[in-house]
Design a binder for this molecule. Structure first.
Ligand SMILES: NC(=O)c1ccc[n+]([C@@H]2O[C@H](COP(=O)([O-])OP(=O)(O)OC[C@H]3O[C@@H](n4cnc5c(N)ncnc54)[C@H](OP(=O)(O)O)[C@@H]3O)[C@@H](O)[C@H]2O)c1
Length: 202
């Protein structure tokens, strides 16, 4: 069943292992460079978008982890995109251009409706962590979940929320890695789920 999801359509992107592990000690539990390259291509590549840009939504810990990995807090690691950081503690901090701190999910949605932002927005990516994914999955704006499933289990301290995937529709997206991928002796596969209008949180 396909349903219309009102702007801003939230697209979640995550990689998780067999136990739904997604993080360990503030970073990723695994090293899968081709999976990470796919993730960057999906969320950063704003070609063929008619000059519009992607939006990225991060929890504060995830933003700090990514800034350590691929950028710095002084530069927007998601160049040419608009980034929102969810945080109640990051106040009055100098931020790079097009990076905003919001203290609630609703504040981000409200920002995205401002005409000067809305006219620039192509896709809206939700990068997690856990509570950010939960809010997005339970939102009427939830549209898609891009889930990389890694065929292994790693020590982890952060886990993706349990969802009932039968409440979602599996869809084909030609832009994702197709079929089982293998890197460093580990198999992984990307699955794309679309909202049916039913809250998928189990
Ligand atoms: N495998 C993957 O695809 C993937 C994806 C995402 C994250 N990760 C991993 O997961 C870990 C980080 O995730 P996490 O769940 O621990 O933390 P997180 O969600 O990134 O950050 C938590 C912080 O975000 C802020 N926050 C979250 N929800 C909020 C809300 N509704 N309103 C206001 N502020 C809110 C709070 O910041 P303040 O304390 O500043 O108020 C909270 O302490 C890392 O290990 C990262 O590598 C992995």
């Amino acid at each position: 069943m396909s349903i219309e999801v009102a702007y801003p359509r939230l697209e979640l992107i995550v990689a998780c292992d067999q136990a739904l592990g997604i993080g360990k000690n503030g970073t990723l539990p695994w090293s899968l460079p081709s999976e990470f390259a796919y993730f960057l291509r999906m969320t950063q590549n704003c070609q063929n978008t008619g000059g519009k840009v992607h939006v990225s939504i991060f929890g504060r810990a995830n933003w700090e982890s990514i800034a350590k990995t691929i950028g710095s807090m002084d530069n927007n690691p998601w160049k040419d995109t608009i980034s929102f950081i969810l945080s109640r503690s990051m106040t009055n901090q100098a931020l790079p251009k097009d990076v905003y701190v919001c203290s609630s999910f609703q504040e981000i949605i409200d920002h995205l409706h401002k005409p000067e932002i809305k006219e620039r927005v192509d896709r809206v990516w939700v990068h997690g962590g856990v509570s950010v994914y939960k809010e997005a999955l339970g939102s009427p704006h939830f549209y898609r979940l891009y889930k990389t499933v890694i065929d292994a289990t790693y020590p982890a301290d952060v886990f993706f929320p349990r969802i009932d995937e039968t409440r979602l529709t599996l869809v084909h997206d030609p832009d994702v890695l197709q079929g089982v991928q293998r890197e460093n002796g580990v198999d992984f596969q990307v699955f794309v789920f679309q909202s049916t209008g039913v809250n998928p949180l189990a």
